[in-house]
Design a protein around this ligand. Structure first.
Ligand code: FAD
Ligand code: SIN
Length: 551
């Protein structure tokens, strides 16, 4: 065990050193924790409660080839088709082939997936872009069931400590013998205002997505891109930031919180209609309502712009009420509470920001360009999703890469002692202006979310991107100044990260002069493989490099 460094300030509970430290308690962080904890002390830092994560809200399920009618080749083809030429095929193949093992591992941990009444086999759903039924699920509460089982298993592990209501602020990053190195995390505990410096042998970022940078999103409040922003500040490469996925169908009722209506509802026969009853998706794609998500989201956007209506409608009134209540109990109850009986009423729906396909560049082992820093889950860009993610492939990717990354991290951990950072200094000057000016942070957060929704949304133009860039750059400056001159708080830490992420999305979107996958611009409406079949990789030094795609 390492001795604490002299200027480490450590809170009541956290130790000054762990063999493995993990930022995030979603499916990626907890799956990895359960493996590495066999080999050393493991701390999980998580921003809110243990279960609060994108994972906890996942509905549709986890894609894996489970039926003899299906094949790995089919799943591979569907993933590459949806990824629009930017997936890394060898990564996709590895993850897809790991699918059945990942499902088994989750069941071994205690996850109870839905089984068929006929023969007690795993029930398989279908979603957009999939050519076969292959989505393993726990009714429409798949994420909650996975999170429940993982948290319980972590509680039962003697080497795992979970610190909820602790926020990671930045990584302890330094140069060592010509390499960039990670030696742990700077974190903040708002309950006692402690600034924590926690050293670690190996650090994993599994801090989830960025949906909160948009005004309308399926993501919970924790999804502010913290992991991505802190890895970028530490010197890691990020890629594919222009590819933000918008989910086509979220419940749209004035004054009600955004609530996802799973794509599995269309998988069971749900039909999208405009106000006059027309099933419009057949005008847009041969797969109609089960076309890839980008196509459906853009079709809805076009219909709304055309008609001036506020919503389109999802229709499942032709499906038996009994089936709906068993297959989608959570959606049924949530809609009922909002005044919509989905067995009898049309469901008003609009798209909302859902998933970040880009992220911190990592290889198939979850390694980043920074030594001793791993990444997995939604924060990572492994090459699995390319320019667009196939439905239910993200839980699969998170579990598969967490397993592989854990094996690699264990080897790294056993290979020798981590080097000492030359200095550890909390990345905040300690100025403690009381946060009298909170209104600035609240206003900026709201403004940023609106600007991103209006200017960097489903359909983009160069003019709108430029306008958003100018305005959000001002917010970024304001957020940074506030962060440095006021005592630490969740809102200021988050806004600093959200502004950094928004700038990266806009920069990447502005540079891609074509439309591909989730990036669609009216100025360059066609896909241009000759010039743009490339990933854009960005880093703190201001380098933007285009890497040719192999798919
Ligand atoms: P998360 O589950 O988001 O976990 C991130 C963790 O990091 C959280 O614990 C968070 O609190 C913590 N954290 C964040 N920042 C910090 C910080 N600064 N300090 C400390 N902790 C921090 N995918 C599918 O494959 N199938 C589906 O059916 C599906 N349905 C979805 C439905 C909804 C409504 C949403 C929002 C997403 C859905 N997705 C689905 C996507 C999928 O759920 C996520 O991509 C996946 O769960 C991400 O897992 P993760 O572990 O990477 O991140
Ligand atoms: C859904 O249930 O529609 C979400 C699935 C996903 O995001 O993969």
């Amino acid at each position: 065990m390492k001795a604490p460094l002299t200027d480490c300030l450590v809170g009541n509970d956290m130790k000054s050193y762990y063999d493995f430290i993990i930022i995030g308690s979603g499916v990626a962080g907890l799956s990895y924790a359960l493996k590495v904890a066999e080999f050393g002390s493991t701390a999980v830092i998580t921003k809110k409660t243990e279960t609060e994560s994108n994972t906890n809200y996942a509905q549709g399920g986890i894609a894996s080839v489970m039926s003899p009618d299906d094949s790995f080749d089919n799943h591979l083809k569907d993933t590459l088709d949806v990824g629009s030429g930017l997936c890394r095929p060898e990564v996709v193949e590895t993850i897809i082939k790991a699918g059945p093992k990942c499902i088994q591992r989750l069941m071994d941990i205690g996850v109870e997936f839905t089984r068929t009444a006929e023969n007690n086999e795993l029930s398989l759903g279908r979603e957009g872009g999939h050519s076969y039924k292959r989505v393993v699920h726990a009714a429409d509460l798949t994420g909650r069931e996975i999170e429940r089982a993982l948290v319980a298993a972590c509680h039962n592990h003697k080497n795992i400590e979970i610190f909820s209501n602790h926020i990671a602020v930045d990584l302890i990053a330094f140069d060592f013998e010509g390499r960039r190195m990670c030696g742990g995390v700077y974190a903040f505990n708002p309950q006692n205002q402690d600034k924590l410096t926690v050293r670690a042998g190996i650090t994993l970022i599994a801090a989830g997505g960025v949906g909160q940078v948009y005004r309308h999103t399926t993501n919970p409040r924790i999804a502010t891109g913290d992991g991505l922003a802190m890895a970028f500040r530490a010197g890691a490469d990020v890629a594919n930031m222009e590819f933000v996925q918008f989910h086509p169908t979220t419940l749209s009722l004035v004054g009600k919180k955004t609530f996802l209506i799973s794509e599995a509802v269309r998988g069971e026969g749900g039909i999208l209609r405009i106000k006059n009853g027309e099933a419009f998706m057949e005008r847009y794609h041969p797969m109609k309502d089960l076309a890839p998500r980008d196509v459906v989201a853009r079709a809805i956007d076009a219909e709304l712009k055309n008609s001036g209506d506020d919503t389109v409608f999802l229709d499942i009134r032709h499906i038996s009420a009994e089936f709906i209540k068993t297959r989608f109990p959570n959606i049924y109850i949530n809609c009922l509470e909002a005044g919509i009986d989905i067995t009898r009423d049309l469901i008003p729906v609009v798209p909302a920001a859902h998933y970040m396909c880009g992220g911190v560049v990592s290889d198939i082992n979850g390694r980043t360009g920074i030594d001793r820093l791993y990444v997995c889950g939604e924060t990572a860009c492994t090459g699995m999703h390319g320019a667009n993610r196939l439905a239910s492939n993200s839980l699969l990717e998170a579990v598969a890469i967490a397993e592989i990354a854990a094996d690699d991290a264990i080897k790294k951990f056993k290979s020798g002692e981590p080097p000492e950072p030359p200095e550890v200094k909390f990345p905040h000057p300690g100025k403690t202006n009381m946060p009298r000016e909170r209104v600035i942070v609240i206003h900026n957060r709201r403004e940023l979310k609106r600007l991103m929704w209006d200017g960097v949304g489903i359909v983009r133009t160069s003019y709108r991107l430029e306008d958003a860039a100018e305005k959000i750059e001002l917010i970024r400056h304001s957020a940074e100044r506030y962060y440095l001159t006021h005592s630490l708080s969740y809102p200021s830490i988050e806004l600093r990260n959200m502004a950094a992420i928004a700038c990266l999305i806009i920069e990447a979107a502005s540079m891609r002069k074509e439309s591909r996958g989730l990036h669609y611009t009216l100025d360059y409406p066609d896909r241009d493989d000759a010039n743009w079949k490339k990933e854009m990789v960005m880093n703190l030094k201001g380098n933007c490099q285009w890497h040719d795609s192999m798919s």
